[in-house]
Write a protein that binds this ligand. Structure first.
Ligand code: DGL
Length: 266
């Protein structure tokens, strides 16, 4: 199976940050990426819906694209559906929650950590569970940040409006005295400057993309699934919404060309 592609999905464009990190760490791997842009955003959907969508996409990646591994490159889907997917499919399935927690723990020195994410991610309790499993002693403060994703999609990363919203939503993090803030949503790294202005420059912002990419590469090696290919890997992009919109927004957010984007039929 080592010659098969890696399958990756997100509710839309955000997971492209994980894809980018993975392409840096494992440049010879082929990747098939599905963005569920027709049903996006996941952050405000019910857990049942997110689980059903994740199951459908994973099944397609396994059956239609014969992938050797799945990367759930979406915090909301990882928080809600990862365990379910792992039970149902017989290939390695990795999410972004555990790598993000590991990265945050490596950085914090005062044992006070903040996590921000969508309403769905924070409400699922997945980060709370992971921190209590990996480091009981850490004092965790979580905050949902509804509205952040929409600002990023509009390309508004630093207006007064986004600043005011950030001040309101991040105040529990500021009050907690956390020295580390885990950005538990694919879109939040784009707001890093505004978030940092609000929480203070001393607070280290951590995103899970790089750590997830390292995890994927390590797991492929460990399981003998790493490609033997010596050429650069091919990347294939599909989305459930309008491919042209996906291409335009994806390229604007990630600053690199996506090539052609295909329609993934719902
Ligand atoms: N990709 C989602 C996440 O990381 C953010 C966008 C959405 O709400 O679908 O949680």
């Amino acid at each position: 199976m080592s010659g098969s592609p890696i399958g990756m999905f997100d509710s839309g464009f955000g997971g492209l940050s994980v894809l980018k990190a993975l392409a840096d760490v494992a440049p010879h791997e082929d990747i098939v990426y599905i963005g569920d842009s027709a049903r996006y955003p996941y952050g405000s959907k019910s857990q049942d819906d997110v689980r059903a969508f994740s199951l459908e996409i994973t099944r397609s990646l396994v059956e239609d694209f014969k992938v050797k591994m799945i990367v759930v490159a979406c915090n909301t889907a990882s928080a809600t559906a990862l365990e379910d997917l792992k039970r149902k499919f017989d290939i390695p399935i990795l999410g972004v929650i555990e790598p993000g927690v590991r990265a945050a723990l490596a950085v914090s020195s005062n044992q006070k950590v903040g996590v921000i994410g969508t309403v769905g991610t924070i409400g699922s309790g997945a980060y709370q569970h992971e921190f209590s499993t990996m480091a009981k002693e850490v004092k965790l403060t979580c905050a949902a940040c509804p509205g952040f994703v929409e600002f990023v999609e509009r390309g508004d990363l630093s207006s007064d409006q986004v600043h005011v919203l950030a001040e309101r939503l991040l105040s529990p993090i500021v009050l907690s005295g956390a020295d580390t803030l885990l950005l538990g949503c694919t879109h939040y790294p784009f707001l890093a400057r505004t978030i940092s202005d609000v929480v203070g420059r001393d607070v280290v912002l951590v995103s899970s993309a790089d750590e997830t990419a390292f995890d994927v590469a390590k797991t492929l090696e460990k399981l003998g699934l790493a490609t033997k290919n010596i050429e650069l890997g091919a990347q294939r992009f599909l989305c459930s919404g309008d491919p042209e919109t996906f291409k335009t927004v994806g390229e604007r957010l990630y600053g690199s060309k996506l090539g052609s984007v295909e329609k993934w039929p719902l």
